[in-house]
Design a protein around this ligand. Structure first.
Ligand code: ATP
Length: 291
């Protein structure tokens, strides 16, 4: 199968200002991603899983073209990603819908950006509203829709302008467990129907194994790809209860084994960051009291 996205030796760091209390403010680089290498095939469903703060969203921003790597390259169909483009659709955790537009008008918006005529726009938007299971709700405003429905609109909007790749950053994380499971299987159905290449980011191991044909497991910060696990289920949508399939349970354990040390390390990083910030505060107070 042809390579759709190629990530080669990507490094990303941020410059962070540190106020050392009594000392001058300094700027330090924080390494967010280190030596990321990953190939995603045309039509593949690739899931990226990793502990909190490991750089998942940073990687997605690079793929979206919202920021640039400090080193390395990301290519789409062999061309280096130079910025945001309609060839990539993004779905975020927060629905990012226009509150003053109906569900249909929200979906049409992407088509407007692409210069599609009014009549065609409406027909196409209705088709996508139907694809995500929202027929009958097209004239509702976002505040009249549940969280799951809003996320369906967001997915329809991203699909409507027919991107090559769908980038999804924890799109179901804010939903309740039942809605999340429903949307996971809906997404698989949509993926099978549209044959899009999907890169899906999550914290959830079960979600990763359920959705991904392959799951890339990341290390704690600086994020690297620790291992890529194949999930060899032919058709996820035709299996009744995939989650209790022994192979599913085995892969879930395998990923947890890879992740648990990383999660612990990420928690320790978080703790020391909080402690450090606390010390700086009390240092600064001490200086103020002494001065
Ligand atoms: N603009 C920025 N400036 C400075 N540091 C940043 C910036 N964006 C991200 N970081 C840092 O880079 C690291 C990776 O952040 P990122 O949001 O990509 O992680 P994540 O894996 O998506 O986290 P989460 O799962 O909690 O959403 C974190 O330590 C974060 O604090």
């Amino acid at each position: 199968m042809t390579t759709k996205i190629s990530i080669q030796q990507v490094h990303k760091y941020f410059r962070v200002k540190r106020n050392l209390g009594h000392l001058k403010e300094t700027v330090q680089p924080i390494s967010a991603l280190q030596d990321i290498n990953l190939e995603v095939k045309q039509g593949e469903f690739m899931v990226i899983v990793g502990p909190s703060g490991c750089g998942k969203s940073t990687l997605l921003d690079l793929l979206a073209g919202l920021s640039k790597p400090n080193r390395g390259q990301i290519r789409l169909d062999g061309n280096e990603i130079a910025g945001p483009n309609l060839d990539r659709g993004i779905v975020f955790q927060q629905y990012a819908l226009f509150p003053w537009k109906t569900a249909l008008a929200n979906v049409e918006f992407g088509l407007e950006a692409k210069g599609v005529g009014r009549k065609e726009r409406r027909a196409s938007a209705l088709e996508y509203i139907q694809l995500v299971g929202l027929a009958g709700f097209e004239n509702r405003y976002p505040h009249e829709l549940s969280g799951g429905m809003k996320q369906r609109v967001a997915i329809a909007r991203s699909l409507a302008y027919d991107p090559e790749v769908l980038l999804m950053d924890e799109p179901f994380a804010a939903l309740d467990a039942q809605t999340r499971e429903t949307l996971q299987s809906e997404l698989l159905r949509i993926w099978e129907a549209t044959k899009k290449t999907i890169i899906f980011i999550t914290h959830g191991i079960e979600e990763a194994v359920y959705l991904g044909q392959r799951v890339a497991v990341m290390t704690s910060r600086p994020g690297r790809i620790k291992q890529v696990i194949e999930v060899p289920f032919e058709s996820r949508t035709s299996e009744d209860d995939l989650r209790s399939n022994p192979e599913f349970v085995k892969i879930r354990h395998q990923i947890w084994d890879l992740l648990k040390d990383e999660v612990q390390r990420a928690q320790e990083q978080e703790k020391s960051k909080t402690l450090h910030a606390g010390n700086l505060k009390s240092n600064a107070k001490g200086v103020a009291a002494n001065g």
